[in-house]
Design a protein. Structure first.
Ligand code: NAD
Ligand code: TYD
Length: 351
C-alpha cells in the first residue's frame, strides 16, 4: 500500500540505517527524511539512496511548528518514524536546554502537527517514537533487566528529556487517541556513528594514537546492539506492533566498558596491521561522568516472542565489521570531525 512516511533524524546514525532499509525495501512508500543537519546529521550517510525516486530530503527543524505542519501538508504524511534528537549524554550534561528544546518540545510539535493535519481521523496513521532504555535509569550489578513495565527513573538530562518525550507520546495516545508506538532500545553501534560515542571515538583515537579516556574505573555495563538489527526491529514494529504499545529492543549482550575497550583495541590493532594489544598503552583513566548510570540491560523477550525479532550478529562479528568500516572510511571520520561535510552539503543544497 502506498504510504508517505516521514522519518525525522534520518541523516543521523540510526536514522540513516532506517531510511536506507525503508527506501530499499518499500519502493511503494515515499520516504521523507526530515532533518535539521546538526553536527550529528550528515547527508553523506545516505549517498547510496539520495537519487532513489521514493526518497526526498527536507531540511527542517522539528522545533519549527509551522514548517513541520507545512511538510505534513505538502507530502500528505501518513506515518511518522521519529528519531531526531540530541543524543549524547555528555553534551546533555553541559547543555541541558538544547535537549529539552529538541527532544521534548520538538516531539511535542510533531505530535501536535500530526494531530492537526490528520484532523483527528487516524485511520491507517501511525506515530512511531524511537526511544532509549536510558529512561529506565540504572541497574545494579545483578541479574535484573529492564522490562516494558520497569518504572521510569531517568538520571541524565538526556534520559530525562527522552522520558519526557515518551510521556508526551503516551499522553497523545491516551488523550486524543493518536495511534502511537514506542520502542526503547539499548546502545547501538556500527557504521556512521558520530565519533563522540564510545565505540567510534575509541576506534578513531586508536587509529590516531590518541588517549582512550575511560570514565571512572571502566566497570559500567552497557548492552550493545548492531545498528542494522535495530533498524530491522523498527521496521517490524512499524508494520506489526500493537498501537499504543511499547517494545524493548536489546542485544542480549552486556559488556563491562573496560572489557569492550580491550576487545576494540585488539581488533583495531589487528586490522591496522599493528601488534595486537599494543594500543592498550593509550588507555587513560579519567574522572567519572557525573551521574554515570552503572548498568543497562534489556529484556527483549516481548519483541522476540510477539514479533519474532532477534539480533542477527554475534558481538565479536559486529565489532570486527564496525572497526573495518571505520578503517575503510577514514575520509568519513576526518570529514565529520572537521565540519567540512557541512559546508559541502550546504553548497549542494543551497542551504
Ligand atoms: P544522532 O545524534 O546520530 O542523530 C540525530 C539526528 O537528529 C541528526 O541527524 C540530527 O541532525 C537530527 N536532529 C537533531 N536535532 C534536530 C532538530 N531540532 N530537528 C530536526 N533534526 C534534528 O542520534 P542517533 O544515535 O542516531 O539516535 C537516534 C534516535 O535513537 C534518538 O532519538 C535517540 O534518542 C534514539 N536512541 C539512540 C541510541 C543509540 O545508541 N545511539 C539507542 C537507543 C535510542
Ligand atoms: P556512550 O557511547 O556515550 O553511550 P551512553 O552513555 O549513552 O551509554 O558511552 C558508553 C559507555 O562508555 C558509558 O558507560 C560511558 C563510557 N564512556 C567512556 O568511558 N569514555 C568515553 O570517552 C565515552 C564517550 C564513554
Amino acid at each position: 500500500m502506498k504510504k508517505n512516511v516521514i522519518i525525522t533524524g534520518g541523516a543521523g546514525f540510526i536514522g540513516s540505517h532506517v531510511v536506507r532499509l525503508f527506501v530499499n525495501s518499500y519502493p511503494e512508500y515515499h520516504i521523507i527524511n526530515l532533518d535539521k543537519l546538526t553536527y550529528a546529521g550528515n547527508l553523506a550517510n545516505l549517498k547510496d539512496v539520495e537519487d532513489k525516486p521514493n526518497y526526498t530530503f527536507v531540511k527542517a527543524d522539528i522545533c519549527d511548528f509551522d514548517k513541520i505542519k507545512e511538510v505534513f501538508k505538502t507530502f500528505k504524511i501518513d506515518n511518522v518514524i521519529h528519531l531526531a534528537a540530541e543524543s549524547h549524554v555528555d553534551r546533555s550534561i553541559t547543555d541541558p536546554f538544547s535537549f529539552a528544546e529538541t527532544n521534548v518540545m520538538g516531539t511535542l510539535n510533531l505530535l501536535q502537527a500530526a494531530r492537526e493535519c490528520w484532523k483527528d481521523n487516524f485511520e491507517n496513521k501511525l506515530f512511531y517514537h524511537v526511544s532509549t532504555d536510558e529512561v529506565y535509569g540504572a541497574l545494579e550489578f545483578d541479574n535484573t533487566l529492564f522490562t516494558e513495565e520497569t518504572r521510569y527513573d531517568p538520571h541524565s538530562p538526556y534520559s530525562a528529556s527522552k522520558a519526557s518525550s515518551d510521556h508526551f507520546v503516551r499522553a497523545y495516545h491516551d488523550t486524543y487517541g493518536l495511534p502511537v508506538v514506542i520502542t526503547n532500545c539499548s546502545n547501538n553501534y556500527g557504521p556512521y556513528q558520530f565519533p563522540e560515542k564510545l565505540i567510534p571515538l575509541f576506534i578513531n583515537n586508536i587509529r590516531r594514537n590518541k588517549p582512550l579516556p575511560v570514565y571512572g574505573e571502566g566497570v559500567n555495563v552497557r548492552d550493545w546492539l548492531y545498528v542494522e538489527d535495530h533498524a530491522r526491529a523498527i521496521c517490524l514494529v512499524f508494520h506489526n506492533g500493537r498501537k499504543g504499545d511499547t517494545y524493548n529492543i536489546g542485544g542480549f549482550n552486556e559488556w563491562k566498558n573496560i572489557d569492550l575497550i580491550r576487545l576494540l583495541v585488539k581488533t583495531t590493532d589487528r586490522l591496522l596491521g599493528r601488534e595486537e594489544g599494543v594500543s592498550e598503552k593509550l588507555i587513560t583513566y579519567v574522572a567519572d561522568r557525573a551521574g554515570h548510570d552503572l548498568r543497562y540491560a534489556i529484556d527483549a523477550s516481548k519483541i522476540k516472542d510477539e514479533l519474532g525479532w532477534q539480533p542477527s550478529l554475534q558481538f565479536e562479528e559486529g565489532i570486527e565489521k564496525t572497526v573495518r568500516w571505520y578503517i575503510d572510511h577514514q575520509d568519513w571520520l576526518d570529514s565529520v570531525t572537521s565540519g567540512e561535510y557541512q559546508n559541502y552539503y550546504r553548497e549542494m543544497y543551497k542551504m
